[in-house]
Design a protein around this ligand. Structure first.
Ligand code: F6P
Length: 373
């Protein structure tokens, strides 16, 4: 009997989602005769039974489109806002999975989605996941689709900022996304020739950043580009986070741990916009006019790069084959030039952060980039 697979996209959207849906859907249907049902708006769709049949027509003409034809959300199965009330929808999801006679659920998403998919696996469902995020912060995979497109956008922004920074002899700070990982800022910074790159993984000292800019000025370079990851932190802020993380580790009860987690979340929420403070500090410390550009969701919108189209199609098609071969409880990961199936239990909660001695950091330092440390 032919298999019936469900698919959803969850978390922040990114370029390549439609290519992955198409790669999965076309292969599943044409190579293996499977039926493919899409759920709308992430885990909310399967909780509320909101479906769409992914037939030939739905899967056509979407390869180059940004966003996701299924819609997405940051809803978690166990904590979903239903009519203004936070509700555990795990049982409803399990019920709908069985009512629809699904054989497996494909969850396409980032770090949060991997954790949520694992929760559903623990609740007894068969799941398989694909790694998408512009942040490239999922463990056990070399890359995630969406990253390459965002990298090109952020790099082009740095290229464009160069001419205006030069004309006005200004410092320009560019904030790029990446959540709590620095891959996007690091790679865009190196590709665009940023003079300073600030990452969450290397807490910075604003005085050291200013000093490196003053040194540039003294050597005759009257402009500077500072690429900052949204999650980058000044030393003093990083110390607060470190202390809270220690407090969380030492907490005796679940309740205490939850209280510290809430404090951490609040700290991170209030940290948003820290580049405004950094911009002012740099202007004060260097005496040079300084401007800020926050690239924001421009990095997630629009058509995927050729690389992301290929990568997402590859992941989708390989996923259909894995399902055909009876696999579940795994994420498809890129390791070198191959796609491997890695256990979801090892991926969930496993973050891929930039190691401070990563070759790209050493490369940056070799060509004179300051990391503010
Ligand atoms: O995870 C992708 C991402 O774009 C992060 O880089 C960023 O921190 C976050 O999503 C923004 O989320 P939202 O679109 O929900 O504001």
């Amino acid at each position: 009997m032919s298999l019936h697979i469900g698919v959803l996209t969850s978390g922040g959207d990114c370029p390549g989602l439609n290519a992955a849906i198409r790669g999965l859907g076309r292969t599943a249907r044409t190579q293996y005769g499977m039926r493919v049902t899409g759920f709308l708006n992430g885990f909310r769709g399967i909780a509320l039974g909101q479906t769409v049949e992914l037939d030939d027509q739905m899967l056509s003409g979407i390869l180059t489109d940004g966003g996701t034809i299924l819609g997405t959300s940051r809803d978690k199965p166990h904590r979903m806002n239903i009519g203004g009330k936070v509700t555990d929808m795990t049982d409803a999801i399990v019920d709908n999975y069985h009512k629809l006679h699904l054989d497996i659920l494909v969850c396409i998403g980032g770090g949060g989605t991997q954790k949520n998919a694992k929760r559903l696996m623990d609740a007894g469902l068969k799941v398989i996941t694909l790694p998408k995020t512009i942040d490239k912060d999922i463990g056990m995979t070399d890359s995630t689709f969406g990253f390459d497109t965002a990298l090109q956008i952020a790099t082009e922004a740095i290229d464009r900022l160069h001419s205006t920074a030069t004309s006005h002899e200004r410092i320009i700070v560019l904030e790029v996304m990446g959540h709590r990982a620095g891959w996007l800022a690091l790679e865009a910074g190196i590709a665009g020739g940023a003079d300073v790159i600030l990452l969450p993984e290397i807490p910075y000292d604003p005085k050291k950043v200013a000093e490196s800019i003053r040194n540039r000025t003294m050597s005759g370079k009257r402009f500077s580009i500072v690429a900052v990851a949204e999650g980058a932190m000044a030393l003093e802020d990083a110390k607060v986070v470190e202390a809270l993380l220690k407090e969380k580790e030492a907490a005796d009860s679940k309740k205490e741990r939850a209280a510290v987690s809430a404090k951490l979340e609040k700290f991170h929420e209030e940290h948003v916009g820290h580049t405004i403070r950094l911009t002012r500090q740099l202007e004060e410390l260097t005496g040079q006019e300084t401007r800020l550009t926050i690239l924001g969701h421009l990095q997630r919108g629009g058509t995927p790069s050729a690389h992301d189209r290929v990568f997402a199609t590859w992941l989708g098609a390989r996923c259909a084959r894995a399902i055909h071969e009876g696999e579940s409880g795994v994420m498809l990961a890129q390791q070198g030039s191959e796609l491997k199936l890695v256990p979801l239990k090892d991926v969930a909660g496993n973050k891929n952060l930039v190691p401070p001695d990563h070759p790209f950091i050493r490369t940056g330092r070799a060509v004179g980039v300051s990391f503010g440390d």
